[in-house]
Structures are given as C-alpha cells and as structure tokens.
Design a protein around this ligand. Structure first.
Ligand SMILES: [Zn+2]
Length: 204
C-alpha cells in the first residue's frame, strides 16, 4: 500500500466533488488536520470511517486502498497478474534452493571423502582414525536434513499416471527412495505408486 498515492487520490476525489478539506472534515466529523494528514500520506483514514469516507468520495474501499479507481473488468486482470507475479517469485526461489542443495551436498561429500582419505593414509593412532571416519559421516547428517527439507519445499511432484501436481510433506519425502529428482511415492489423487517426477512449475 502506497500511502502517498492514497493521499493524492483522496485529495483528487475531494476536489472532483468540489469540497474543501474543511468541508470534508465536517462531513466526516474529524478535524481539518486529520484530512490534511490523509492527503499528505502521513496517516490512513481510520477503518471505522473508511466506508463513510469512500461513499462521500464516490469510490470503493478497494479503489481507496489501491490509490486509484479500479474498473470492475480490471479486477480479474489485476488479481491474475498478482497471482502470476507471486508464482514467478516462487519459481525463482525454488530454483535457487535447488542450486544451493546441489552445492551444499557437493561440498559435504567432498569433505567426507577428504576425511576418509586422510584417515586411510595419515600415520595416526587408530582412535583418531576412527574419529575422522565418524566425523566424515556425521557432518553429512545436517546436509541431508537440509537437502530433504529443500526437496520437499521446492517445486512440485507430478503424477506419471494422472498428471496431478502436489507438494509432499516432510516424512513422505524422507521415506521415499529417489533416483535423481524422481521419488517413489503414492499419488494423493489416483493412488498410483511409482517414481513421480519433480518439476518447478505447476504447468509443466
Ligand atoms: Zn495420480
């Protein structure tokens, strides 16, 4: 919500109705200063008088909150545009999460291999060798946990049989074997149990 734009819009509507700030203030039973604060964007009209103010100005509450008149036929378009923008930002976010996952796991696996090689070739006591190997596996755990969390959150799974797309919960992902980005799960729509594909957008 852009308060400055809303303020300008209130001022414009008031002038269209041929009212001064004082006249509008009197009709709304508020002070001139209150009206001035609305119009300069310092304050929003209180929600308790918003409906009355809108009917006085000949606009809808939706117009007021958007700071402009929105024609009925534009409502759908604006709502769809907002939905689309939200979805695009989820896709971007998902893509970034999946890249992070690959990077994080590569680093963790490289670290594990390094530690195992060190344990095998360094001339160190056996207890230290054991510790190195234990650490090499333990440090994978948080990585696996985060990776599974990303697997669950980012994108959707698509049923191979009925085409249903869904986001599984954490335990479904945890217990599902996977090959690449496909996971063996049961489709919540048709019940088909097989390797379902991971996709980034619902329309793919
Ligand atoms: Zn299905």
């Amino acid at each position: 919500m852009d308060q400055i734009q809303i303020g300008r819009f209130i001022a414009a509507c008031r002038k269209e109705k041929g009212m001064t700030q004082a006249q509008l203030a009197e009709k709304m039973s508020v002070s001139d200063r209150a009206v001035s604060k609305w119009e300069t964007g310092k304050n929003m009209p209180d929600s308790s008088i918003m409906l009355d103010l809108c009917s006085e100005l000949g606009i809808t509450v939706n117009d007021l909150l958007n700071g402009r008149r929105i024609a009925m036929e534009n409502y759908k378009e604006i709502a769809e545009k907002t939905m689309l923008e939200m979805r695009e930002s989820k896709e971007q976010n998902d893509r970034m999460l999946l890249q992070t996952e690959v990077l994080m796991c590569s680093v963790s696996v490289a670290l594990m291999l390094t530690l195992i090689v060190l344990a095998a070739y360094l001339e160190i006591p056996d207890w230290l060798r054991g510790l190195l190997i234990a650490v090499s596996f333990l440090q994978l755990m948080p990585c696996i946990f985060v990776a599974l969390k990303i697997e669950q959150k980012a994108g959707y799974y698509k049923c191979r049989k009925c085409g249903e797309t869904w986001v599984p919960n954490y335990s479904q992902v945890f217990f599902a074997p996977h090959v690449g980005r496909s996971r063996k799960m049961t489709c919540p729509h048709c019940g088909k149990r097989c390797y379902h594909k991971k996709i980034l957008t619902k329309d793919e």
